[in-house]
Design a protein around this ligand. Structure first.
Ligand code: NI
Length: 264
């Protein structure tokens, strides 16, 4: 399991310069960063859909805990927790409901899924993984005009879309707001969709995130600047009458966090 997270982290850092710099800034303050969760995106068809990823995660003793729905974005998701170690990072996996997408989006995605299924037949499912061929710049833009999520997934495949700093585990910061201020003082752009802080103490979870890094990506017919991955920050609160921190997610907040990869 440690190797799985290490592989995802190394892959994620290649696309997320901000994460490396943020890590360094916290390390310089003597902080030891604990990961609250990672998030993955996938399609709801083929051999890497949410059900298949659930089976894969089961081999690491991760099991689904709660389901979430994002109607406007046409997504459903589950969060997974490790059965034997509640301190292990949670894993949030969403999938795009392709039957709710227009035909041109489905056509492109079905082609990628078919390529992916052949690749998975030969190599098995693993994470991180880029199971289909590189799309063109035009396909990226066509997908993005209907679904930013589809464009991101078609471009980047199965990899960590974000890692998340557990604010509760930081020694020198007692609130998410103070972490946000520290990030802004160091010139990071935060996702302001729905406000800088998503959620509240009342729903037992506050979240914020950087805007995803912009990378010059090699599409099959040339390079183009697109948003890659981002870093999230989560502060959890105690549940009423229970002496433990809330460990679920809040759909309304996650809905806004998805927009961290939206075009500028
Ligand atoms: Ni997240």
């Amino acid at each position: 399991m440690q190797q799985l997270f290490e592989n995802l982290w190394v892959d994620y850092l290649k696309l997320t310069q901000d994460a490396e710099r943020i890590h360094q800034l916290f390390s310089n303050l003597g902080e030891n960063i604990i990961n609250d969760h990672i998030a993955l995106r996938t399609f709801n068809r083929g051999k890497a859909n949410l059900d298949q990823i659930a089976k894969f995660l089961e081999s690491y003793s991760y099991f689904p805990v709660e389901e979430y729905h994002f109607e406007a974005k046409k997504l459903r998701a589950y969060h997974f927790e490790n059965k034997f170690n509640e301190k292990s990072p949670k894993i949030f996996v969403s999938e795009l409901l392709l039957e709710q997408m227009p035909d041109n989006v489905q056509d492109i995605c079905n082609r990628l899924i078919n390529e992916g299924d052949k690749f998975i037949d030969e190599n098995g499912l693993s994470l991180p993984m880029m199971p289909w061929n590189t799309i063109t710049k035009e396909e990226y833009l066509e997908l993005r005009s209907e679904s930013e999520y589809a464009a991101w997934l078609a471009t980047f495949g199965l990899r960590a879309n974000h890692f998340t700093v557990s604010v509760n585990e930081l020694k020198g910061f007692s609130t998410l707001e103070s972490v946000n201020q520290f990030l802004k003082d160091n010139d990071f752009a935060l996702n302001t969709s729905g406000g800088e802080v998503k959620g509240s103490k009342e729903v037992c979870l506050k979240q914020s995130s950087t805007m995803a890094n912009i990378v010059n990506w090699s599409f099959s017919n040339g390079e183009m600047e697109v948003r890659s991955c981002f870093y999230e920050f989560a502060e959890r609160f105690k549940l009423p009458n229970i002496d433990s921190l809330y460990h679920g997610f809040v759909a309304a907040s996650a809905d806004k966090i998805f927009e961290s990869t939206n075009a500028a």
